[in-house]
Design a protein. Structure first.
Length: 460
């Protein structure tokens, strides 16, 4: 027996969490959390809620950036992990064909019947890296196209198709790439005519700003790509597994059949990192063209038993609890109730999205008093008003949300798929109270805005 006791360790040193991060990890994280008032201490979590040491509940409308699709600690996923650990399987021998990866691949591919094979890695960015490598090798071409404002991960290959310069700056040289505006088919065709494009990677709904692809764009892009012998890569890392009210978000548009599809996040059940790249048979057979190339692309922890068990449990729960249809219904309820507020508040400009992936956009008001306050914030840093809304949602109403990207006046809602009408009611009531405060002169809200302005100016 060793002296390791996890419960005791957390009890003795859990209170040091912010100091430990400051000393040994990313020191800017605790600084940022303290600056915006997010330095909470959560003691436990279940479903769509956290609880602090005082027993107060917090509604999670962020789901770990989409990882917690089933909420936290779903009993079916927990039991699957207990079972796989108790089974003492001979995992990761590297020289066998374990059953769980094949079973999970079979279950995933049933939701994308035009695809044939799966590669398992450990994250969304690995799934994208796999797709980029496979597309370049299968086509024999070097260049990959992506959309402006896209986010596909932060490893070097995925960073090459990242549409945000703030992430790319200082990490060049990257892979050959070109950005096109989402929806601009003429720009896409111009690039394809150069004859060096391996593929086009696209989020069916961009996470940054929550922008769905325009109607008909994916199908038209697919036709252009195939005409020029290039591949369509759908990044479903955040949008997949029911998030948008269909199993995959590309399925909202008839006739769209991507050549490669990337998934991760919710497939983990919130427990074990896992990513997957689904693709057509001919692509996989070209990459793995001989026994000499059997390990030409692999991952040390890919397809481990715990990740595969979690994935199988997640897909079973999605089916048994009919969570895809539930996300469609609950998402429409939440979106429609928020959209009804657009005419009521001049600072609220748009509510958009699909299923339980919703963007709330703020914009310049018309009245003089509000406009002067808005201009003050914009002069300091774009995105501060959205942050002004996010903070009281947490501090006063105990609801965790996020601004959907740097310098954006958009809040993104990506709650667990299990939320229902009580959570919709709680969020809408809290959001309404915050907007009432903002439009009524809201001393506390605008005082916090002035604090943010001072901090933004100081950090320039």
């Amino acid at each position: 027996m060793t002296g390791f006791d996890l419960t005791r360790l957390l009890a003795e040193r859990g209170a040091e969490r912010y100091d430990l991060h400051t000393r040994h990890l990313n020191h800017q994280l605790p600084r940022m959390l303290r600056t915006i008032g997010f330095d909470k201490v959560y003691e436990r979590a279940e479903g769509a809620y956290f609880w602090d040491a005082d027993g107060q509940d917090y509604l999670d409308m962020l789901a770990g950036f989409g990882v917690m699709g089933l909420g936290r600690h779903h009993p079916v996923v927990r039991q699957a992990l207990h079972d796989v650990l108790d089974a003492e399987l001979p995992d990761l021998t590297r020289f066998d064909c374990a059953p769980l990866p094949g079973l999970l691949a079979e279950k995933l591919l049933a939701h994308a019947p035009h695809l044939d094979r799966v590669f398992f890695g450990n994250s969304g960015t690995e799934a994208v890296e796999t797709a980029l490598k496979f597309a370049r090798y299968a086509t024999g071409r070097p260049r990959v196209l992506y959309c402006t404002h896209a986010f596909h991960g932060l490893t070097t290959g995925a960073l090459s198709v990242n549409g945000e310069n703030g992430f790319r700056d200082g990490f060049a040289p990257l892979l050959p790439d070109t950005a096109v505006e989402m929806g601009d088919l003429a720009a896409l065709e111009r690039e394809l005519k150069r004859g060096d494009v391996a593929g086009f990677v696209v989020e069916p709904i961009q996470g940054k700003g929550v922008h769905p692809t325009p109607p008909g764009f994916l199908r038209a892009a697919q036709e252009l790509l195939h005409r020029h012998k290039a591949l369509l890569i759908a990044d479903e890392v955040q949008t997949g597994l029911g998030r948008t009210g269909d199993f995959f978000a590309y399925q909202h548009e008839d006739g769209v059949e991507p050549d490669l599809v990337c998934v991760a996040k919710a497939l983990s059940g919130g427990y074990v990192p896992v990513g997957a790249t689904l693709g057509k048979d001919w692509i996989f057979k070209k990459v793995y063209s001989s026994m000499d190339r059997v390990l030409v692309h692999s991952a040390s922890f890919g397809a481990n038993a715990q990740a595969m068990a979690a994935g199988l449990a997640v897909l079973t729960v999605l089916e048994d609890e009919q969570l895809v249809a539930h996300a469609r219904h609950t998402g429409e309820l939440l979106r429609s109730r928020l959209a009804a507020l657009v005419g009521r508040y001049e600072l609220l400009h748009d509510v958009r999205g699909r299923g339980l992936m919703i963007g709330i956009e703020f914009g310049r008001p018309s009245s003089l008093g509000l406009r002067s306050r808005w201009t003050m914030l914009q002069a300091a840093r774009k995105g501060l008003f959205a942050q002004m809304v996010v903070v009281p949602l947490l501090q006063r109403h105990r609801i965790l949300t996020q601004v959907s990207g740097d310098h954006l006046e958009v809040i993104k809602l990506i709650p667990p798929l299990i939320i229902g009408e009580p959570e919709v009611d709680r969020f809408v009531e809290a959001f309404t109270a915050v907007m009432d405060d903002a439009h009524g002169g809201g001393g506390l809200l605008w005082d916090f805005g002035r604090t943010l302005v001072k901090q933004a100016v100081a950090h320039r």
